[in-house]
Design a protein around this ligand. Structure first.
Ligand code: OGA
Ligand code: NI
Length: 241
């Protein structure tokens, strides 16, 4: 199940990093759930035997929840309720993937991070964090605030594509993960994203003389390859394009 450099699928740690870069103290399993053509259960772990079935059911529920949330975000912008869904490519093209993160205990947690600062490049992220231990931090100005997990609650992140579509009315959240010397941590990040071919740009209705378009149109697949070659660097990718 070793991860593939082109599709990221499988088990591994961050790839494509420059020589000398600080590595993330994190291993992950990454799989595609949508679109249907990219979903390949044969690439998912086969053990425990319930794994594929449970992931399939979890994915189905997460897609439903994501679609409700993007409806609410559309309405919040004063747009048609299916605006974001259509912009993402609709039922056939919208994509979704799951990243299961494992942060092992770290003997010297001050010297590294579980995940370097980044914003999620896609639409929205539904995170199920370990309830026993915190680790996720979000940036507020120059401070990092720890997000304490609440049992049976998800954490929802706005991603860069929602920032672009909304012409920065909704802002993606910069976050990172710190590690711990006496406890390991597990999290499930479910990403709900535009399809690769979807051209994402500020909604026409939100662009006026006083609020010009802040971003030029880019397909999600162009945006993602741009990020993957650069590696995580806070929110610089969206502040510069
Ligand atoms: C991610 C992420 C946070 C966490 O996978 O993009 O930000 O708490 N995960 O593991
Ligand atoms: Ni993230």
């Amino acid at each position: 199940f070793a991860n593939l450099p082109m599709t990221y699928e499988g088990y591994g740690s961050r790839i494509g990093v420059e020589v000398g870069a600080k590595l993330d103290w994190c291993d992950y399993f990454f799989l595609h759930y949508l679109p249907q053509v990219l979903k390949d259960e044969n690439k998912w772990p086969c053990l425990p035997v319930s794994c594929r079935k449970v992931i399939s059911e979890y994915g189905e529920k997460m897609v439903k929840l994501s679609r409700r949330l993007i409806k609410i975000l559309s309405i919040g912008l004063g747009l048609n309720e299916d605006y974001v869904h259509k912009s993402f490519g609709g039922d056939g093209e919208s994509s979704a993937c799951l990243r299961v993160n494992f942060y092992p205990k770290c003997p010297q947690p001050d010297l590294t991070l579980g995940l370097s600062p980044h914003s999620d490049p896609g639409g929205i992220t539904i995170l199920l964090p370990d309830t026993d231990i915190s680790g996720l931090q979000i940036r507020r100005g120059n401070n990092w605030l720890t997000v304490n997990p609440i049992p049976n609650a998800f954490i929802v992140n706005i991603g860069d594509q929602i920032q672009v579509l909304s012409n920065a009315i909704y802002k993606s959240v910069e976050h990172r993960v710190i590690v711990n010397s006496n406890k390991e941590r597990l999290s499930l990040a479910f990403f709900y994203n535009p399809g690769g071919r979807a051209l994402i740009k500020p909604a026409d209705e939100l662009v006026t003389k006083d609020c010009p378009a802040l971003y030029s149109p880019m397909t999600f697949s162009e945006y993602r390859s741009f990020i993957r070659t650069k590696g995580p660097s806070g929110k610089s990718q969206i502040e510069s394009h």
